[in-house]
Design a protein around this ligand. Sequence first.
Ligand code: HEM
Length: 372
Amino acid sequence: MSLSVLRAPLRRAFFSATPRAPVRTTFRKFSTPPTTPKSSNTLLYTSLGAAVAIGAGLYVYNSSSATAKEAATTIKSVTQVVKSKTKFTPTKEDYQKVYNRIADLLDENGEYDDGSYGPVLVRLAWHSSGTYDKNDNTGGSNYATMRFDPEALHAANNGLNIARTIMEKVKKEFDWISYGDLWTLAGVVAIQEMQGPKIPWRAGRIDGFAKDATPDGRLPDATQGSDHLRNIFYRMGFNDQEIVALSGAHALGRCHTDRSGFEGPWTFSPTTFTNDYFKLLFDEKWVWKKWNGPKQLEDKKTKSLMMLPTDYVLTQDKSFKKFAKAYADNQEVFFQDFSKAFSKLLELGVPQSQFVSTEPWELKTTDEQQRK
Ligand code: HEM
């Protein structure tokens, strides 16, 4: 079969395992710039004036050492509340429009990685939620604190400036959406559009302040073992089965030497959500890669795939192995469990009272909408 007859994503999947030179990424200190509120509504402007006054008041009252950026965010958050009270209450259909816009952006740059921003958006959704600590109820997706330094600059978040920059385009068009809702929704869009399971999701996160940002060290360290994985994920409120299910997201994307230091994709189809990650873990022989980089494994046969120490541990730890094997044997079971665990992840740190609906929504894929 000629490769040219394959659909673009399939072509990419076919070529994806080819080792590639690390993509050079320009790093910059990323913090989301404050946006100027725009509205044609006079009432809204009056309210905005009040909001700015309240915001400024809050700023002075709250923290004498806060930055100007924080003040702008305070004002913006108040603005959001005012807007929703006076003018615009987004419906599920409005969020479907945001979904569709994000879906449009996924493949807009064929030169990027394997041709899709999907994987890096899944990582953004995960890193913005996975900071949650159930012991003191801090972190999680509510306040989108990765907008602020130093959280934006934590080594674990290297490369996510790319994902946040793409999301800025959407934010400009749908300025009423909070960053927490936008980033978690992007994860949902990416999974669903890359042929994964439906991810129940609902809106309600609000933008927070720099003071809500989490300390470094809350996200997992790929060089560690099962104790570390349990420490990190139990802290978020997950169990062994959920740890394994969530790790299955490594079916997507790749490691980059200029972001994490690791290199390469986990599967041959890094832009399609499958249970291949688990299948490959058991079906391939994994050996330590001989190189100057951090300790990682490579498949003995093609040397084009990789596993992190924390991936490999899923086949070594008895409890993890049971679930990993079940997911390797049955993609449907993996999809069901992943959907539940990912949906739960995206809601960490968000008070129930903030959600706009009691039940999460299922947003439609672009394929489903076209079939109609
Ligand atoms: C279990 C502990 C985990 C560790 C130690 C870990 C570590 C990593 C590392 C080192 C990278 C490479 C980053 C880069 O160089 O670009 C990565 C990428 C990725 N991770 Fe994880 N991760 C974990 C869990 C998860 C979870 C729970 C999810 C989502 C549910 C996830 C989704 C992803 C995705 C989609 C990528 C690819 C990003 C891209 O292609 O740009 N990971 N992870």
